[in-house]
Design a protein around this ligand. Structure first.
Ligand SMILES: Nc1nc2c(c(=O)[nH]1)N[C@H]1C(S)=C(S)[C@@H](COP(=O)(O)O)O[C@H]1N2
Ligand SMILES: [Mo]
Length: 322
């Protein structure tokens, strides 16, 4: 994200994309040549390396075409969502995350929720999933690097977890932390970013019904590259707010630090709402490249979720609070 100049970004994206397209074509070819059952098996195989069998294996009408946004946009293919990733703990190369994260072990796993709450609690991931069974949510996803996807998440509203721990009246923010374990996340031995990765939300943003904790996609458990076993999804914000492999959520009354705004405060703000009118200092945010499509689309204010979320920012100057 920040280490490259715009020209490098272009050339590396092109290289990336070439490999990634070839691979996609290959997988498409295989999928076309096999039956629906075999395709199902392929997904099952992809979804379970070194993990227990998917518990959230919700049957879906058609894993390839059955997922649409309410406005009818088709989900990005599974293979794209699981092979074009940002997850710097494993690799800074989008095509390199999936192979490097393949053997990441996500059980046992706990999420510690504390700070300014009446009932602090450490949740075992599987208890959490039982408590808040994930449901399908097909969301637009927009990375700050100006590409986008449509992702059929399996997740539950973050509010459900907050209701369990009962935030105090004076609480205002949430601070999220990713696992810190250089043995399991090899890039944490280097210093491309300060570790662990951290993110934050205002409490009202966290309570919004569109804000979810995702535990799967395409009806299957999350693969490591997408942030297994649990990651945040805030569809009206740039992708880096969607912190992966969360181990801790602290409720506080102070705006928490966030990894990208600490690393480059002029480039990444705390709010990071998708906003076509506020450019990144090194590139425009007015358009986006939808993965799997040719050409570019206009980026929508709040990533198209303005009707639902604009009121959270009434009276705020979004050019200052970017
Ligand atoms: N812990 C952690 N979370 C992270 C990142 C990361 O490097 N580390 N990258 C972020 C960025 S920049 C994006 S765009 C999304 C990418 O999610 P995806 O690879 O599942 O599409 O994850 C976000 N969450
Ligand atoms: Mo991103």
């Amino acid at each position: 994200m920040l280490i490259k100049n715009p020209d490098d970004i272009k050339s590396s994206e092109i290289t990336d994309e070439k490999h990634f397209r070839n691979r996609r074509m290959f997988i498409r070819g295989v999928a076309l040549a096999t039956t629906a059952t075999a395709t199902g098996l392929l997904y099952r195989k992809l979804a379970t390396p070194n993990q227990p069998p998917p518990k959230a294996d919700v049957a879906q009408a058609d894993p390839v075409s059955g997922y649409l946004t309410p406005s009818g946009e088709k989900a990005t293919p599974f293979d794209d969502i699981t092979n074009y990733n940002n997850f710097y703990e494993f690799s800074t190369n989008k095509g390199g995350v999936a192979p490097r994260a393949k053997n990441f072990v996500t059980r046992p796993w706990t999420v510690e929720v504390g700070g300014m709450v009446h009932k602090p609690k450490t949740f075992d991931i599987d208890d959490l999933i039982k408590l808040a069974p994930p449901e399908d949510r097909v969301y637009r996803f927009r990375c700050v690097e100006a590409w986008s996807m449509i992702i059929p998440w399996l997740g539950f509203p973050l509010k459900r977890l907050l209701d369990e721990v009962e935030p105090m009246g004076s609480a205002k923010y949430l601070a999220f932390t990713t696992l810190l374990d250089p043995e399991r996340m090899p890039n944490q031995r280097g210093d491309v970013l300060p570790w662990p990765y951290v993110e934050g939300l205002r409490l009202d943003e966290a309570m919004h019904p569109l804000t979810i904790l995702a535990t799967g996609l395409y009806g299957k458990m999350l693969l490591p590259q997408n942030g297994a076993p649990i990651r945040l999804v805030v569809p009206w914000k740039y992708g880096f707010k969607s912190i992966k492999s969360i181990v801790k959520i602290a409720i506080t009354d102070k705006q928490p630090p966030t990894t990208w705004s600490d690393a480059a405060p002029d480039e990444y703000g705390f709010y990071s709402n998708v906003n076509p009118e506020v450019s990144h200092p090194r590139w425009s945010q007015a358009t986006e490249r939808r993965i799997g499509e040719w050409g570019r689309r206009d980026t929508l204010m709040f990533n198209g979720y303005g009707d639902q979320v604009a009121q959270l920012y009434t009276g705020m100057d979004l050019k200052v609070n970017f």
